[in-house]
Design a protein around this ligand. Sequence first.
Ligand code: AMP
Length: 505
Amino acid sequence: MWLLEELKARKDSNHLAMIYRGKKITYRELWNESEKAAYWITQNSKTKNPVLIYGNKDIEILIVIVAALKTGRAYVPVDITFPVGRLQKIASITEAEILFNFSHIEIPEVMCERDIHIVDTEAFSGLLKNDCRQEIPENLWIGGGDNCYILFTTGSTGEPKGVQINKKNIINFVDWFSKYTELKKGMVALNQVSYSFDVSVIQLYIFLAKGITLFNIDKQMICDFGELFSALRDSEIAVWVSTPAFIEMCSAYDSFNNQMLPHLEKIILAGEVLTKKLVNTLWSRFEGVEIINGYGPTEGTVLLSCCTINQEMMQDKENELPIGTVLDDGIFWLESKGQKISEEKEKGELLISSKSISKGYFMNPEATKKNFFDFEGNNAYRTGDLVYRIGNLLYYCGRTDFQIKLNGYRIELDDISENINKIDFVNNNVVLPVYRDGRIVYIAAFIVLSKDLGLSVPRISILIRKKLAEWIPSYMVPKKIVILDVFPLNTNGKIDRNYLRETYL
Ligand code: AMP
């Protein structure tokens, strides 16, 4: 199943493809408007370099995504949680010629100097008004080995890494995972996950391709539960897709139940640990609802394993919930200290090969070489995830490195640390996640300054956080900042992280 072919088959359909804040777009409009946008792209770029899209959930983003695919160009979705500084970096790595800015955030002059076309919402609606009857020939469409999208994730060097996903990767994922997503005609699915997080690929490449309606929820709505719940009440959602963190946030309110979402049949959760407690809460609110736990890094195209949660898993006293069985063509093994593990229940790092695995990070051979390798003619990936196996089921038990998940967001603690060290009055720093009830609730940074600023600690903290907010996504900016004269050292002469944790957090 391939999105563009399925959309073409529906190009005369008046069925709704997407609803967002009262605005609607039909499959027919989506086809026609993406043709116009695609034509504009072909006329305004000399290269096939990726097209950047800065925004959150506006319908225009969907039109540009389809348009870029029609012109054979990859799109790079950059969410509004990314500051302009990081967008700038992504623009320079990708050498993008076109930036669609649906963020309502002003792009500074310095970015314009890069000879980049910036198209904002108003300019975009202007170009859609053009009566262009030019059809985009199918031979221009994205081909099998071409990148469809590049997602920039956090990198331990302080620079974002662009995961390249091509058409073959997506088709492999879609053909496997669509078996878990039987959808009936006329269904509505939640479209809340930001496009810069690849779980949104489920909505775009499976749900849209199957002709169902996506119901968008944006960042602003999430900040106001009154608004969010009123939107959900009107939504008629039958399929929910999100991180466990988001649905858990909603479940904190008793009114989040089957009266609010009477059509809900299926909940797909992915991106971080799913707990039994959350499943119990969801089953008590939505009786009989099917819950799927999906696991996978962006590098493996959305998901590499999944399972439907059942009673047996819930009643298993010895194990947490499994992350499921690996995808159809996946060949996986576990390694510990460089040795393959064959015993059940023995923990090891998950290595996996499949047609879903990316060819690597965009223009970054060094990082690619570290994590990707070839296995029997397919790409393979060293996940950095610690898992164990019982039968065919995998169980997640943490990371081998300093990567964490906070509210579903993937964060390399070193990415934050490197950026703090870029501040001219910082000497060194240590960044630590703060746990409550076994869950990361925020990030703290311990900082030694290189000079006396003559300012109070709260003022210094504000300065640091402001500086960081220019370079890294808002969810990565540490909530707590502790200024120290010197770092405490442990008996090995290393910074004593345990002491910092026990004393200050
Ligand atoms: P991302 O690339 O943002 O999708 O993050 C991928 C990482 O999130 C994985 O390598 C895991 O560490 C974690 N992750 C994803 N899905 C799950 C899951 N269902 N359970 C536990 N951890 C998960």
